[in-house]
Design a protein around this ligand. Sequence first.
Ligand SMILES: [Zn+2]
Length: 285
Amino acid sequence: MLPLRTFARPLRSTLTRQASIAPRQTVAFPNQLAAAARFASSCCNGSDHSPPTATSKPRIMAGSTPKDVEEYLKQSHDRIFENNRKWATQKKEQDPGYFVSLSAGQSPNYLWIGCSDSRIPAEQITGLEPGETFVHRNIANLVVNTDLNVMSVINYAVRHLGVKHIVVCGHYGCGGVKAAMTPKDLGLLNPWLRNIRDVYRLHEEELDAITDEEKRYNRLVELNVVEQCRNVIKTAAVQQSYKKNHYPIVHGWVFGFNDGLLTDLKIDFESMLAKVQKIYNLSDE
Ligand SMILES: [Zn+2]
């Protein structure tokens, strides 16, 4: 494995640019409210206090006062309810029975396990409607067998909802993957992100052979998705359901910010399942 410093040196500028999970950014706003007072809502400069609309995103700008920040917080909160009212009205106009059907229950075909990154909303990038996808997101789309959250989601989605496809979707430029390779103590994030270092260790030879750092990160993103697919396949719920029903099947995808497109890594589900079951066979109920 390449020395971590070599791997991660140009990382900080990238993390800052991406507004991802860099710890400084995570804690900056609540701890620096006084500093935020230097910023003003673009809606509050001067006399224009008209309420924001769905398309006017409130912002804080240089020169703000605490009052401006307070106004910004109110507006950025209220716009969500305005958006929600518009969405509900639109849905009812398109289909008067829409919410009656929605309240009748869910039967989604897909389980989506993606990154928490705000730029990758599962339904929007796939064109799926409410009711079609069961969604779980966490930092760097990890499937960790001691994480009760993701394990409960998989169990419920497979055994009770009967999903037909499980998608693990990573993304190029993942701040979580990059942070994992930063030679720095990230506190509570250490044990979570260590799962990604484990992926690097498993594929050390291949990754070390990639000299271009961005390409190496991108490959680590892909390999992380593949390893998380393997973790999904290790679960009893998936093995038993597949044995009985021939579904769900597991897919590994990666989203790219450059073009907004999903890439299917085309993991060989059946062969991966067979290899996993050599050691992790839980298919007998
Ligand atoms: Zn990410």
